[in-house]
Design a protein around this ligand. Sequence first.
Ligand SMILES: Cc1cc2nc3c(=O)[nH]c(=O)nc-3n(C[C@H](O)[C@H](O)[C@H](O)COP(=O)(O)OP(=O)(O)OC[C@H]3O[C@@H](n4cnc5c(N)ncnc54)[C@H](O)[C@@H]3O)c2cc1C
Length: 272
Amino acid sequence: MTDPTIEVVKPSTMREALRILARPSPRALPLGGGTHLALHPAAAKVLVDLSGLALAGIRVKGGRCEAGAMTTLAQIASSSRLPAALRTAVRRETNRNLRQQATLGGALAVREPGPLLACLLALGAEVALEPEKVGEGLDRWLRRKVTGRRSVQLITGVSWDSKPSLACADVARSPMDRPIVFAAAAAMVEGGRLSSVRVVLTGAGQPLVPQMKAARILEGASAVDIGDRMMAAAGMLAVDWVDDIRGTAEYRAAVAPVLVRRALAQLLSAGA
Ligand SMILES: Cc1cc2nc3c(=O)[nH]c(=O)nc-3n(C[C@H](O)[C@H](O)[C@H](O)COP(=O)(O)OP(=O)(O)OC[C@H]3O[C@@H](n4cnc5c(N)ncnc54)[C@H](O)[C@@H]3O)c2cc1C
């Protein structure tokens, strides 16, 4: 019979945490809020509680927003330093109780598509990783396969350029339900025109897909020509939508361009 006990250790320095995580045996994994680990127990004998490493907090410095890995979803939802659209998106991710506990680092590690990751992708966020002390684009991080027993990378936080504005639009069965389709758009608005446009589509139980081709067509759009641009960009929106209890793939494909247009219209009217 295998030993079911798991040891939880709480290092007070990053060096110590990395040393434990790097040990080949017994296998150790980082512990954030534990909401995912509680439901999906990992094949680890040791959990490294990150709460003693001062990884929680949000700051805006040198034109970048930074959020530490141990920042809870509730802290993101209530921080006036973060874009309003991001705060709203986090509230749509999961319920109030789980938001108090679940951490940003956990959400990034689990990679579950949803409004939070869609917003961070649209903002062009970068994930800070130890022990390499490197930043990796969130798009790359999300594409990377998580393979079995490869050594653990510790997420210390996420950061993004604070200049682009962010807007979101979605459809859901009820106002606070998880979205059937969720569109996140980020851009700069200069002289009434959009630049550096990024668009991301997702939904509950759906893939999370950046829309690079559509974003290129939308570059330079203004309130006057946004309708025509969106008609041209609609055919470029590419997501392998899935039929489920919330809606059909066909419905999602039809509603996605409407939501992208709404999000872009919000950016244009806020920047006017
Ligand atoms: C029923 C239920 C439904 C949920 N639905 C959603 C949802 O739809 N969308 C959503 O966003 N969240 C949802 N959550 C919350 C969810 O568990 C998230 O994935 C959450 O953000 C995980 O954070 P955590 O801190 O609790 O992670 P933990 O449970 O502590 O860890 C999860 C995984 O991430 C790893 N990890 C944690 N922190 C780090 C780090 N800093 N660096 C590297 N690896 C790390 C752990 O080793 C583990 O493998 C749900 C939770 C529950 C219980």
